[in-house]
Design a protein around this ligand. Structure first.
Ligand code: FES
Length: 547
């Protein structure tokens, strides 16, 4: 019996000898690389989900990798039989939200007012010449998420979108949440997280249909940790109470006027123009980063008279409540459960993911799948639907216990896809962190959920999740559906605005200076709210408290 090897869903029979990279080539699976299988570039990472024992031992080139992560060019098949399943860190086809819709700024025609301008054949940034060329002028907006990355290439003279690109953040080998990335970045020398990311970004930029040297500015948004790893800042202090980034500390000490960062194309390690400016949008405070700031720009909080809320559910959930008078923001450490992490049959929103679920009267699951293939797991929106249906049909109680005493519920017996009571616990804790954040921010603002006139659900998860199911399990507040706007990727929209318009960038810098940061971890009632939020029942207003 031969060994069965599956890479990114493509299967073949394998024999001892060749590396996983060799087999990937035979299967037509593209593996990121800059060193042609020499073990040097560290880009060819794969996550091995089954059959680690069938591979050769870890080599010295892989000392930086833990758990199930390997370099595919260093991992050779050694077993004659069995099964190996793995995937690259750039699987493609992931349902990453690249667009935004329904935002106040979406349909607005922005007059381009970029920092990069042309005078004859002189190309200037803020009036300083950096190149002589009659060629086009491009810029990149980037949303650098813990789990996913989105890039937009913009023609800075017209403001038009030229191309975009999205992929999973390859830094997942350093852990799935920001705290583990901070730990990894602090423990390992050589800025491996940044270097790996730079390799992936380089490939993405080189795939754009323009000469990378015509890219003269880049705007980067992301949570405080992701942004600062990219800019090669120490992130140690973000992981220690009182959780402040280096830029926040320096600003408090009067050593810098803003928490925004700039570097050059050359220092960024990217193939853009060496004298290009790379601008890291300002972080708000603590874990409330430049992605939250970009969301505020996208919903035009600086000019908004209505009371609005923004909730971007992810590994770190961003919460913003306010209007042009006052803004409060918080970051909730929800973890990766809603993105399928830490769930037995969980997976990201890739081809093969079950993304909607309903239960028949006889308890049988009906579901839809992303793509045309068989089901491979359940992604976040499917998990929400499933829990909502289990509640509705009385098979799960408010405490997240299965009523019939079963430890698991079959979703698709044929493909061995199931849902465990222990999965419910993971999701309950992620939900508890989000709900506690909602209660703290709203109570600190002195408003109830009903007072919000527009509730923006941002991000890829927020875009695809079923609102009624989310309200039934108590993930989002019970505000009328007519007030909920599922807007997609607001952070990339904000980054794009800051790229094409200096006026918007000034709005962003000014807005960030006015935001009040709710520190959830120090709030007196956080734990009570968290425990309440772990239960599967609608989120209702709690008695108002002050921080
Ligand atoms: S291909 Fe460069 S390290 Fe494997």
């Amino acid at each position: 019996m031969a060994l069965s090897l599956t890479i990114n869903g493509h299967s073949t029979e394998a024999a001892p000898g060749p590396s996983l990279f060799d087999y990937a080539e035979r299967l037509g699976v593209s593996v990121p690389t800059s060193c042609q299988k020499q073990g040097k570039c560290k880009e060819c990472i794969v996550e091995v989900t089954a059959g680690m024992d069938a591979l050769s031992p870890r080599t010295r080139h892989e000392e930086h990798l833990k758990g199930n992560f390997r370099l595919s060019c260093r991992s050779h098949v050694v077993a004659e039989a069995g099964e190996v399943r793995c995937h690259t860190m750039r699987r493609g086809q992931m349902r990453i939200e690249r667009h935004a819709l329904g935002l106040p700024t979406t349909n607005e025609r922005i007059t381009p007012d970029p920092a990069v301008t042309r005078h004859g054949d002189r190309i200037l940034i803020d009036g300083e010449e950096i190149e002589r060329s009659a060629g086009p002028i491009h810029g990149i907006a980037m949303d650098l998420g813990t789990t996913t990355i989105v890039l937009r290439l913009i023609d800075l003279e017209t403001g038009e979108l030229v191309a975009d690109s999205s992929f999973e953040n390859p830094q997942r080998f350093g852990g799935s949440d920001v705290m583990s990335r901070i730990h990894y970045d602090t423990e390992h020398r050589g800025k491996l997280l940044m270097r790996t990311l730079a390799g992936y970004l380089t490939h993405a930029i080189e795939e754009f249909p323009v000469d990378p040297r015509t890219i003269y500015e880049m705007v980067v948004v992301g949570n405080s940790t992701m942004r600062d790893i990219f800019f090669r800042q120490s992130v140690y202090s973000i992981g220690q109470n009182p959780y402040r980034s280096i830029t926040e500390i320096e600003m408090a000490e009067g050593r810098r006027p803003t928490t925004s960062l700039t570097t050059t194309g050359r220092r960024s390690l990217l193939p853009i123009h060496p004298r290009a400016r790379v601008y890291g949008a300002p972080v708000v405070s603590g874990h409330v980063g430049a992605d939250a700031a970009a969301c505020m720009l996208a919903v035009d909080l600086a000019h908004e008279s209505r009371l609005v809320a923004v909730m971007d559910i992810g590994t770190n959930t961003e919460l913003i409540v306010g209007n042009r008078e006052r803004v409060l923001a918080a970051s909730c450490p929800a973890g990766p459960a809603f993105e399928g992490g830490a769930i037995a049959c969980g997976m990201p929103a890739l081809d093969g993911a079950i993304d909607t679920v309903s239960l028949d009267d006889d308890g049988r699951c009906r579901f839809s799948i992303i793509g045309d293939g068989p089901p491979a797991g359940i992604c976040g929106s499917g998990l929400i639907d499933l829990m909502s249906e289990l509640l509705r049909t009385g098979r799960m109680n408010e405490m997240g216990r299965f009523e019939d005493g079963a430890a698991r519920i079959a979703v698709d017996e044929r493909h061995d896809i199931f849902f465990l009571e222990s999965d419910v616990n993971e999701l309950a804790q992620a939900k508890g962190a989000n709900v506690a954040g909602l209660h703290v921010v709203f109570s600190q603002f002195g408003v109830d959920f009903d007072d919000v006139e527009v509730f923006y659900l941002a991000g890829g998860f927020g875009r695809h999740v079923n609102v009624a199911a989310s309200q039934r399990i108590g993930l989002i507040p019970n505000v009328p559906a007519s007030r909920i706007q599922q807007v997609g990727n607001a952070a990339i929209e904000g980054a794009t605005l800051a790229l094409v318009s200096q006026a918007r960038r000034r709005d962003l810098e000014a807005l960030v200076g006015r935001v009040e940061h709710c520190r959830l971890e120090t709030h007196a009632r956080f734990f009570d709210f968290f425990v309440e939020g772990c239960q599967f029942k609608p989120v209702t207003p709690m008695p108002r408290v002050s921080g």
